[in-house]
Design a protein around this ligand. Structure first.
Ligand code: UDP
Ligand code: MG
Length: 139
């Protein structure tokens, strides 16, 4: 059965361009409830660990330096069918291929600086949420 939680990060490009407000509004309007949220900045070490799954991919070094280049907003979101519905809401990895109206189509600059992260499975949603939030901070 599909879980009811996913994990997201508003990435440095979107935070730097003052898109936190409209992105959170779109997330809420799509029916997601924010159950944990943090404004923070990743060290290169932490970004490397978060994206360890992509270690062998050619863009890993660029991704790690980009994701540690400025503040981010990390959050756990709740909704029925959260992982799949949130991936639909954010759109394709490459904003040029993202459906019009999706968060990446509206706010992303490039395939690397693509405004927002969304977990790709219930298992990874749990792992990624635990990376940023302790048991006590979750509801
Ligand atoms: N990325 C990149 N170049 C690529 C593919 C991905 O810089 O060719 C970055 C981009 O920021 C993306 C992240 O690496 O969001 C993780 O890639 P993934 O394939 O997991 O895409 P996502 O799940 O975020 O859509
Ligand atoms: Mg991914």
């Amino acid at each position: 059965m599909a879980g009811n939680k996913t994990f997201t990060m508003i990435k440095p490009d979107a935070v730097g361009n003052n898109h936190i407000g409209p992105i959170l509004a779109q997330i809420n309007e799509a029916g997601f409830r924010i159950v944990a949220m943090k404004y923070t900045r990743l060290t290169p070490e932490a970004a490397g660990k978060f994206y360890e799954i992509h270690k062998e991919r050619p863009f890993y070094g660029e991704l790690v330096s980009y994701m540690s280049s400025g503040p981010i907003v990390a959050a756990i979101l709740e909704k029925d069918n959260a992982v799949a519905d949130f991936r639909t809401l954010i759109g394709a990895t490459d904003p040029a291929k993202a459906e019009p109206g999706t968060i990446r189509a509206r706010f992303a600059k490039s395939i690397a600086a693509n405004a927002i992260h969304g977990s790709d499975s219930d298992e990874n949603a749990g792992i990624e949420g635990n990376f940023f939030f302790s048991q006590l901070e979750r509801f």
